[in-house]
Write a protein of this length. Structure first.
Length: 316
């Protein structure tokens, strides 16, 4: 596949690119050109369509196919799960938009087009998922999900247009949660999954979403380390159903666990912006860019909706 892309790249660049053939030959496959390279536009556009279409087909086959369908409909889920699902939508769309923009840099598009293409790509992908939800009897098209998706894409686009950088990066962390109560353990297995990957993606009680601010960008006169960030996090605890902790088991047993308090958690913690660690190796830069979506484990201060203030020596 890589050889085919390189071949198309060389052929179309020689025929259509505004740069000369000599300049095109000096452009390495992984380098960012100064002007638009049509071959890269074709390759990335085709790749984006192929990956998006393929992932939607897989999602439809392995997720939606097991649930009943119905006519397209709307569903208001704004109050569910203490809005942790909405935080996930914001983060996911931001992540998709940000790294889509990085891919469009590779084509040599003008800066503003890279930004808008990246933001719209992330938003479009998430919007298609909402349409699939709209045709499922178990879910529905959610305007609050779409609002969260829009916030995520806007967070990337607005910062690039305003500052030409991501001064506030959205990040994610997860810690495994133990459920000693056998009833809660069974409930967690049912709704959050039984293996580590499922728990990372589904267990709201173990997830934290962060807004990580780069201090040197906001206070350049303070001579702070360029990699130093301060992060504000949001998580929840004691959540075992959408609205209240009452549910019916698969065996039809009515379970009322309203004595387990559903708690919102707010965190303050130092962080590191890995993308600001100096290195000349392009592979290391790409790796740091990918890893930067994860919040670095660090001490944290927590205050929650139960009125409790707690210091964590090490929080992930």
């Amino acid at each position: 596949m890589r050889l085919q892309v390189v071949s198309i790249h060389l052929t179309l660049t020689l025929l259509y690119s505004p740069v000369s053939a000599q300049e095109a030959s000096r452009t390495g496959f992984f380098e960012r050109p100064d002007t638009t390279v049509p071959a890269r536009m074709v390759a990335l556009s085709a790749g984006t369509v192929a990956v998006s279409t393929g992932s939607m087909l897989v999602l439809n086959e392995y997720w939606y196919k097991g649930f009943p369908r119905r006519r397209f409909h709307f569903y208001n889920d704004a109050g569910e799960w203490l809005q942790m699902d909405k935080a996930g939508h914001v983060f996911t769309t931001y992540f998709l938009s940000k790294y889509s923009r990085e891919l469009w840099r590779w084509t040599g598009l003008p800066r503003k087009k890279q930004i808008w293409y990246g933001g719209l790509s992330g938003l479009a992908y998430q919007s298609v998922i909402e349409v699939l939800d709209g045709g499922s009897a178990n879910w529905g098209f959610s305007w609050s999900d779409m609002a969260a998706n829009t916030i995520g894409a806007t967070a990337m686009v607005a910062q690039e247009l305003l500052w030409d950088e991501q001064r506030i990066q959205l990040k994610f962390s997860w810690s495994p949660v133990r459920y000693p109560d056998p009833v809660l353990r069974k409930r967690a297995d049912e709704i959050y999954g039984v293996n580590a990957l499922e728990r990372v993606l589904k267990d709201y009680n173990g997830q934290t979403y962060w807004a990580s601010l780069n201090l040197s960008s906001f206070f350049p006169q303070k001579n702070l380390p360029k990699w130093l960030n301060i992060s504000f996090g949001y998580g929840v605890d004691g959540v075992f159903d959408a609205f209240v902790n009452v549910w019916d088991t698969r065996e039809g047993l009515h379970t009322d666990y309203r004595h387990i308090r559903r708690v919102r958690q707010f965190y303050l913690s130092p962080d590191i912006d890995l993308t600001r660690i100096p290195t000349r190796r392009r592979g290391i830069k790409v790796l740091l860019q990918a890893l930067n979506m994860i919040k670095i484990p660090a001490p944290a201060l927590e205050i929650n909706s139960a009125g409790r203030l707690r210091a964590h020596a090490f929080l992930f």
